[in-house]
Design a protein around this ligand. Structure first.
Ligand code: ATP
Ligand code: MG
Length: 635
């Protein structure tokens, strides 16, 4: 029993050793003691990274919604499962108890069945962050339909590509959505997308903003009247542990998004176990992850991980800047949030604003702060630690990927001593390896290499939907018998890991491999700099030279640009060495980002190298206008 909740460092090392010496035995015990199964597995693990094929808990039968909802009803029926905070701070928050969630998921599942959805069918969900989004995912899981959530900020084109990639039979959407002071015509985007999506038979529409929309006859249905007629206690479909639970597309930072397939059993076990430990969740805590459910972070740590632990999880519909930059902190105070999980891009954006926005609110409920999505630079880390955590809430810098399903490298708060910019230690059961360019594993500490994982973990993706060859080629062909993450990392003297950036973005200057994160980290420490990105461009002598894109803070705008350039390079020379000095520094008003807020360096690289005829897949880009500006002013 004790292995489920790690409370001190010695225990971490002890459980970690157990989990790597005998992974099957370890995960079997966790699965057996903390989840409900309709039938136990025949085999804990079968794996072959050559094919690749991985099966956890094969032969077991379960339904993840019974673990996330039904089993809590006797003890937590009246506890809030989902706490919905609307976009408009004057609109009343909604507390959905486990009992109410059970009824609403059952009804939605019933409607899906009525509309012809069966086990194994794909359902595309294109909804804003409203309760129906969470309920729609769970309703799919309840009947064994495979959900494919597309972030409701994507364009019609990006939406139709994803619908067609997995032949979705149904789309669940809303009339529109609120985003700060704006409304977005979601149904209009869906209508446009569906012009060339032959597989879609039905569209269910949630009413959120009350706008006039077009409803196509015999295809589009308002969901509420159907829910009113639906049955509120639908028995869950019995699933195999290895049946697909969902498809989710990666962010597209490095290329065409990949439809990662996650399965029921292993995903449930690993997301629940990581949630419990990495956020040190206790029974009456209120947990808030600010991600959108359209990303893996939302799937695993707004929905499945928290609900499997019977937690109270906050869903926020709005944006951090509306009605002002204090909104996050207003919500923390209002709901007495205990664990707060966000992304470096949000922290950097808020750190640019006046501190009054943070100081106005009582943040004393906070116990744990989290970060995910990109390396968190040192300056942002300190801002978060000083002003939000008041130096007493540990920051968990969690490294993981859509492909990994759950957090892989992270401190455990109050257990692992933290160091800024370090994701620190592998989580229980995770066996990282750093590889050199010749394909050999690098032993020892104080080393840099390409980050791989040597042994399967329960929540790893099983394939790319419809393209198993791409799955093998992308993740299992670079190094024999290892999962290759695509990221580079440093392992320091005590064995802590620091993610140094994507391997695709590593720049070789005069024969030295330079990761992007440490250099950007140094640039961002300059008092006038808000955010930066570096890339390489061809150079006659050095092979490659460094090109920096730098966005200044509002307070830094008046500074002499050439002085700032000099100071940045001076700082880099002192902190890293003259090899990492930038040859060119372009000041920009923003950086191109994915819709999940990550810097898209591949576009910046093309611009710096003056190869702008084909920028690659830009469908996941948040701010295309900034790309034009950067191209115009390229040095
Ligand atoms: P694509 O795979 O389509 O290029 P993506 O890699 O951005 O897109 P995600 O799965 O959303 O898609 O992101 C995972 C990546 O995000 C990781 O491989 C890593 O590069 C980065 N990342 C996530 N968390 C951290 C972290 N805590 N520190 C450093 N990098 C992180
Ligand atoms: Mg990736």
């Amino acid at each position: 029993m004790s292995n489920y909740h790690i409370k001190h460092l010695e225990e971490y090392y002890q459980v970690y050793r157990k989990s790597t010496r005998n992974p099957e035995g370890f995960w079997e015990e966790i699965a057996e003691e903390h989840f409900v199964w309709r039938k136990k597995w025949d085999n804990v693990l079968h794996w072959d990274f050559k094919k690749p094929e991985v099966k956890w808990f094969d032969g077991a039968k379960l339904n993840i919604t019974e673990n996330c909802i039904d089993r809590h009803l006797p003890t937590r029926g009246d506890k809030t499962a989902i706490l919905f905070e609307p976009n408009d701070p004057t609109e009343k928050p909604e507390h959905i108890t486990y009992r109410q969630l059970h009824k609403r998921v059952s009804k939605m599942a019933y409607v899906l069945k009525e509309k012809g959805i069966q086990k194994g069918d794909r359902v595309c969900i294109y909804l804003p962050m409203i309760p129906e989004l969470a309920i729609a995912l769970l309703a799919c899981a309840r009947i064994g339909a495979i959900h494919s959530v597309v972030f409701a900020g994507f364009s019609a084109n990006a939406l139709s590509t994803r619908i067609n990639d997995s032949d979705c039979k149904m789309v669940i959407t809303s009339d529109g959505s609120y985003r700060g002071a704006k409304t977005i015509d979601l149904k209009g985007i869906v209508d446009k997308a569906l012009e060339d999506c032959p597989s879609v038979e039905t569209v269910l529409v949630v009413k959120r903003i009350g706008s006039e929309i077009h409803m196509k006859k015999n295809r589009d249905y308002w969901i509420q009247p159907l829910l009113n007629e639906a049955y509120g206690d639908l028995v869950a479909e019995i699933m195999d542990a290895e049946d697909p639970l969902f498809i989710l597309y990666t962010s597209g930072s490095t290329g065409k998004p990949k439809g990662m397939v996650h399965t029921c059993g292993g995903y449930m076990v690993y997301t629940a176990y990581t949630f419990k430990n990495i956020f040190q969740y206790k029974e009456d805590d209120v947990f808030w992850c600010t991600a959108d459910i359209g990303w893996i972070t939302g799937h695993s740590y707004i929905l499945y991980g928290p609900l499997a632990n019977g937690a109270t999880t906050v869903m926020f519909e709005g944006v951090p800047s509306y009605p002002d930059f204090g909104r996050f902190w207003e919500i923390v105070e209002k709901h007495k949030v205990n664990q707060f999980y966000t992304a470096p891009t949000a922290i950097r954006a808020l750190a640019k604003e006046n501190l009054d926005f943070v100081e106005k609110y009582d943040l004393s409920s906070l116990k744990v702060l989290g970060s995910v999505g990109e390396p968190i630079n040192e300056e942002a880390w300190h801002w978060y630690n000083n002003n939000v955590g008041k130096k007493h809430s540990p920051i968990v810098d969690t490294w993981w990927q859509t492909e990994t399903g759950g957090i892989m490298i992270s401190p455990i708060p109050y257990v692992t001593p933290t160091t800024p910019t370090y994701a620190t230690l592998p989580f229980i059961g995770i066996q990282p390896a750093l590889m050199d360019e010749e394909g050999k594993e690098i032993q020892g500490n104080q080393v840099d290499g390409r980050l791989c994982i040597k042994f399967p973990w329960p929540s790893m993706a099983r394939t790319i939907w419809g393209d198993h060859d791409r799955y093998r080629d992308t993740y299992f062909s670079a190094y024999e018998n290892k999962y290759f993450t695509g990221d580079g990392a440093h392992r320091d003297a005590v064995g802590y890991y620091r993610i140094t950036g994507r391997v695709d973005d590593v720049i070789i200057v005069s024969g030295h491999n330079l990761g992007t994160a440490p250099i950007e980290d140094s640039i961002n420490e300059h008092p006038a700099v808000a955010e930066s990105a570096i890339v390489g461009f061809p150079h006659d002598v050095k092979g490659n030279a460094l090109y920096g894109y730098v966005m200044l803070k509002e307070t830094g705008e008046s500074r002499d640009r050439d002085n700032v350039r000099k100071e940045i390079n001076q700082q880099i020379t002192e902190q890293i060495g003259p090899i990492a000095k930038l040859d060119k520094i372009q000041f920009v008003s923003g950086l191109p980002k994915t819709r999940s807020g990550k810097i898209m360096r591949r576009i910046l690289r093309k611009i710096a190298s003056k190869e702008t005829s084909n920028l690659g897949d830009t469908s996941t880009l948040l701010n295309p206008e900034v790309v034009d500006e950067i191209m115009e002013n390229v040095l």
